[in-house]
Write a protein that binds this ligand. Structure first.
Ligand code: UDX
Length: 449
């Protein structure tokens, strides 16, 4: 099928590439000429495992094209995806200006029946606004083409996006016509073999499904962080508690890892946007507000542990200390630092007069872009290089390569021999046996150490 995709960001690029991979003829449109030029030369603007070779192969085969020419793309598409950003407004609600600008562009150029698919995460009711915007532009040209607007949210995880797209656990299609469902079923048929993953529903339910999924996952994390804070105070170990509850299939093992707080481009933004939607419709979303508040506090928790440790000493506390920081990305396998807990921890350390020596396997360039050059920031080539001449280690992202370091070597490198483990990667007993003091999240020993 011939597909046009507006937006070559994370969602648009991964979706377009996977659709091309299964044989569709895809044109991706972006207003950013330099991005389009880069993509044509095989330069991928994001780090996502497996994406680059797939983009190159499909581009070379002619199934995946990149352009800034919206009119050409609209003429091409039997199905037209809207996959542009919905950044948060000042009040936390999703800013629809880019989505609606694409809708108007579609209306200005559409010359035959089509199915417009909303892939961007948008508040309930947006499909209606998209439909109105397209219809208004068509009417202005005296046209009356039939078109459908479908909500088809994505459930891609950064770092696993290609796999999630190629092997989806569900394909939500929110449509108001049988024709649109048929077209999308045909489009997704290559991803829908062996068992039917398509969940058909009305448009508004599909729009809400996306928010409900992310809000539920964010709730699990904030819940565990809350229990971790209790564990810390009562002398229990959240890691043992986690094992004790995860085996209940009603609770499950996923998304019950306490840590430095959730970040990324989805959870923080979507929880706030859903809370705004609720409030706008007259419902006070007490739970969603608490999920957000717990997370905001959790992002400051690692620094609290650091401060508590150093304030017990006789010197100037954190001031003048040097911290090795392992992990800057909001989670492993990505270079994305949007809303990353590391940003808060670094800001707090700097404010307290400390120096940091950072290492992240993928996010160093992004960190340079965000922080620039500063005297209290040293970019290091490896995890162990970051420990050199540092007083303590702070682990913020759970990259695999940080999981089993040589503790004896760590002990030798760190002046104060302290590890602040923001992801509970280490066994406290093992690390303490190596002569290091240990602080984790929700591990009662942190308080009693
Ligand atoms: C999320 C959803 O998982 C995905 O379905 C949706 O389409 C987009 O948002 P993503 O933002 O890529 O994906 O990351 P995810 O793996 O969900 O992690 C989000 C954050 O939660 C990370 O900061 C992660 O470290 C944190 N997290 C996750 C925890 O703190 N504890 C957990 O148990 C799980």
């Amino acid at each position: 099928m011939r597909v046009a995709i507006f937006g070559t960001g994370y969602v648009g690029l991964v979706t377009g590439t996977c659709l091309a991979e299964v044989g569709h003829d895809v044109v991706c449109v972006d207003i950013d000429q330099s991005k389009v030029d880069g993509l044509q030369r095989g330069i991928i603007p994001i780090y996502e495992p497996g994406l680059e070779p797939m983009v190159k192969a499909n581009h070379a085969s002619g199934r995946l094209a990149f352009t800034t020419d919206a009119a050409q793309a609209i003429a091409h598409g039997e199905v037209i995806f809207i996959a542009v950003g919905t950044p948060p407004d000042e009040d936390g609600s999703a800013d629809l200006q880019y989505v609606l600008a694409v809708a108007r562009t579609i209306g200005r150029h559409l010359a035959r029946p089509t199915v417009v698919v909303n892939k961007s995460t948008v508040p309930v009711g947006t499909a209606d606004k998209v439909r109105t915007a397209i219809a208004e532009e068509l009417a202005a040209r005296g046209q009356e083409n039939a078109f459908d607007v479908v909500s088809n949210p994505e459930f891609l995880k950064e770092g696993d996006a290609v796999a999630d797209c190629m092997r989806p656990d569900r394909i939500v299609i929110g449509a108001s016509s049988a024709h649109a469902v048929t077209v999308l079923r045909r489009l997704y048929a290559p991803f829908n073999r062996n068992r039917d993953r398509v969940v058909e529903m009305d448009v508004r339910s599909a729009e809400l499904t996306k928010y409900a999924a992310n809000a539920m996952l964010a709730t699990k994390i904030s819940f565990m962080n809350e229990i971790a804070n209790i564990a810390e105070r009562v002398g229990a170990d959240i890691e043992q508690v986690r094992q004790g509850i995860g085996s209940d299939p009603r609770i499950g093992w996923h998304f019950i890892y306490p840590g430095a707080g959730y970040g990324g481009s989805c959870f923080p933004k979507d929880v706030q946007a859903l809370a705004r939607t609720a409030a706008q419709h007259g419902h006070q979303p007490q739970l969603l507000n608490a999920v957000e508040a717990v997370n905001a506090a959790q992002k400051g928790h690692l620094f609290e542990l650091i401060q508590r440790h150093y304030d017990r000493g006789e010197d100037e506390g954190v001031r003048g200390k040097t911290f090795a920081v392992w992990g800057l990305a909001f989670k492993p396998n990505t270079d994305d630092m949007r809303e990353a807990p590391s940003r808060r921890v670094l800001a707090q350390l700097w404010e307290a007069g400390a120096k940091v020596q950072v290492f992240d396997p993928e996010a160093m360039a992004e960190a340079r872009r965000i922080f620039g050059e500063r005297e209290d920031l040293v970019f290091c080539d490896s995890a162990f290089a970051a420990l050199h001449d540092a007083d303590a280690l702070v682990v913020i992202t759970e990259w695999k390569q940080f999981r089993s370091p040589d503790f004896a070597r760590m002990r030798e490198a760190l002046g104060d021999a302290v590890v602040f483990d923001g992801r509970n990667l280490y066994d406290p007993a093992e690390i303490e046996a190596a002569g290091l003091a240990y602080y984790g999240i929700g591990r009662g020993r942190s308080v009693h150490a």
